[in-house]
Ligand binder design. Sequence first.
Ligand code: SF4
Length: 475
Amino acid sequence: MMKTLFLNPPSYEGFDGGAGSRYQAKREVRSFWYPTWLAQVAALIPESKLIDAPARGLSLDDILPRAKDFELAVLYVSAPTFISDVQVAEALKKANPKLMIGLVGAHVATLPEPSLAASTMVDFVARHEFDFTIKEIAEGRPFAEVDGITWRRDGQIVHNRDRDLIHDMDSLPMVAPVYHRDLVVEDYFIGYLKYPYMSMYSGRGCRSKCSFCLWPQTIGGNVYRTRSAAKVIEELALMQKTFPQVQEFFFDDDTFTDDHPRAEEIARGLGKLGITWSCNAKPNVPYETLKVLKENGLRLLLVGYESGVQDILNNIKKGTRLDKIRQFNADCHKLGIAIHGTFIVGLPGETRETIQQTIAFAKEINPHTIQVSLAAPYPGTALYKQATENGWLKAGNLIQDNGLQIAALSYPHLSSEEIFQSLAEFYKAFYFRPKKIAEITFEMLKSWDMTKRRLREGVEFFHFLRTRHDGCEAA
Ligand code: SF4
């Protein structure tokens, strides 16, 4: 096996857009997801090393002296940071000319040829699901025999045949030993999860086809491929034992709750372990399933509502109905399941009126906390194609110089500036109302830990509002 470095490259201060994050930008409050995609492949290569530079606060100067320790470096790159990611690759190659360099991630899966052409110092890109692709390269297999890569043969760019998706998910080893070997649990923080938390995947892919959603359209695919419940429970038991400081475990599967019997089976196993856990969910889980999950340690659901307007949900192929969402929310409130709800402004069909309708809807269903994003047309998504064909793409990049999101879409009836401004309006309308302030105050009174967190987040949030305002004017 080649000595292999897996690198989430240094980037903007606080940039949480790399190897585990769906939202490729700096967030309103400091947060970091675990680099699970890289950890998963690192688990296949025993002597490898995973460095998560943004979460560790490492700069390029911190990384470069280590370049000579490795024979292969695999960098997880993202669309908004691609230029600086390639600069990191070039600096590594200059520091160690013998180092073989490969790029992975949704961006190179979508644009393999331009990604490789961006620098002659990059030796290959691994398209789509890359675990066994990288393993074969690390084993020294000739490029010509490795499925799923794009590389150069005699100066010409060559695309090898696609690699089949992994269907036996139990063939992937646990990530817990890599987390233990290479990561610092306390580096990872998500505002709505207990601290410290730990995230992992129990399956990949999503059967829904939301037009804006990056992962199923680029790496995960439109089938939910899962590990067996027994294996998942076994890994969670190991994590619980190895990381006793962890307060909450999060399943980062696109939609963990899609397979109700399996979710219930896993929940019952976690219940026996006494684990507090949370997961992503579509707002369509029946009451009976929610009840089983809640009775077995489920604390919070991360729910993608996106919009409170049915026509917009239809436009983006969300496959949810507002009446079902209301029922789901009422069920969660009744059972005491907290919800972190995510919304997007600026999706196709958005108008000034629909933004107001979505804000009103968010207040009505009242998730515990929310996150609002600007519609981001990532290359490789149906939304990107639609935006290009209709001339909606305003900005070339998806983030500002400080790592915060840009409103990249603009419509004849709704400008990108209006979309940009509506994000702050959304947050203020949701949080700065008596009911929410009372809820947050009550929560803080119950726990000093929560008080410290909310105060810190409050400071960061106001800084975010001020910074992005400046960013908008400068844009
Ligand atoms: S349900 Fe969620 S994960 Fe699945 S495609 Fe839609 S947004 Fe993506």
